[in-house]
Write a protein that binds this ligand. Structure first.
Ligand SMILES: [Zn+2]
Length: 323
């Protein structure tokens, strides 16, 4: 995408910023543990966890959702400063409804072929270009808050990662987080209150959640591993839960950085400070001490009907995807 900066100085600054913006993108199907992983990573001194930025326009601004600091996104100082740095006349100068419409349409998985063609042929509509410029300004402003840090973005959508790396030209590293499809289906079927929405979290049938699990993970494993090459790695949620410090070291190797993440103590605990994150699992509001629990609740509690649906939908692919 061609951007149109106002001055040469702006152009140099933007170009320099973009190529320096290293972003660790957590991709994967919903309920795979991305909020937990991003919260743990966000404790490190060398990173800045901003949660699911893809949802900032809809959940964060339009629906007045809560930041991880428990203030609304518009009241949060981190986001206020980011918006003021990104947009000359603040967030009110941005057409939020249009941002929601364009970003959601571009990243919808059923539109993935259309997105790949648009990227390949550089054929975005004028409206889409304007929205992508606003998106780019937002990421540059996040980066400029802590230029020495790696941004953690847990937006999950495989297609949104493509937008960041191949359209905005950020330096994107993709960690593909996978979780057992039975655990995912069980999580989608559970009732859990979300203070962000002041309602229970969305539910999904085992049939649908497993269909999403198969299609998203296949796309990531087959296509994104080729597109991103050495900037792609897989992580199993269960491996992270069983041996978190090992997986944190593996991530540091992947990013070619040392000691950027905080480690768990021998009791599998870690102190967590406030992080200014968008959307995600309500565990992001759970307080100052995090203790990792083993991921086995679903084994005892998943219903026989859920089990059957997961078996049927995931059967041909499960082994290929490592489960
Ligand atoms: Zn905040």
């Amino acid at each position: 995408m061609k951007l149109v900066p106002t001055t040469t100085e702006d152009a140099i600054k933007k170009a320099r910023s973009r190529e320096n913006i290293r972003l660790l993108y957590i991709a994967g199907a919903g309920r795979s543990g991305s909020t937990l992983l991003s919260s743990v990573l966000g404790e490190g001194d060398g990173v800045c966890n901003v949660g699911e930025v893809q949802r900032i326009w809809e959940r964060g601004i339009l629906e007045k959702g809560l930041c991880g600091c428990a203030k609304t996104v518009e009241e949060c100082q981190f986001w206020q400063e980011t918006f003021n740095a990104a947009f000359d006349e603040g967030i009110n100068s941005v057409n939020i409804e249009e941002m929601v419409r364009v970003v959601n349409t571009l990243v919808r998985m059923r539109n993935i072929i259309s997105l790949l063609l648009k990227i390949k042929l550089n054929k975005f509509s004028d409206n889409e270009r304007i929205c992508l410029q606003q998106l780019e300004k937002l990421y540059v402003a996040i980066y400029e808050q802590h230029p020495e840090r790696i941004i953690i973005d847990a937006s999950k959508y495989p297609s949104y990662a493509l937008l960041l790396s191949h359209v905005l030209k950020l330096d994107v590293f993709v960690v593909h987080l996978t979780r057992n499809p039975f655990a995912v289906a069980y999580s989608w079927g559970r009732k859990k209150f979300n203070p962000d929405r002041k309602a229970n979290m969305k539910n999904m049938s085992a049939f649908k959640s497993t269909f999403v699990w198969v299609s998203w993970n296949l796309f990531l494993q087959v296509l994104c591993s080729v597109i991103y090459g050495r900037k792609y790695m897989q992580m199993k949620y269960s491996s992270f839960i069983d041996n978190p410090n090992n997986e944190l070291s593996r991530l540091e190797n992947f990013l070619d950085r040392e000691n950027i993440f905080t480690r768990f103590d021998k009791n599998r605990e870690m102190s967590v400070a406030v992080q200014h994150t968008i959307a995600g699992n309500p565990m992001r509001f759970e307080g100052e001490r995090m203790k990792l629990k083993y991921d086995d609740n679903w084994v005892k509690n998943i219903s026989p009907v859920q089990k059957i649906f997961v078996h049927i939908v995931s059967w041909p692919w499960r082994k290929f995807l490592g489960y």
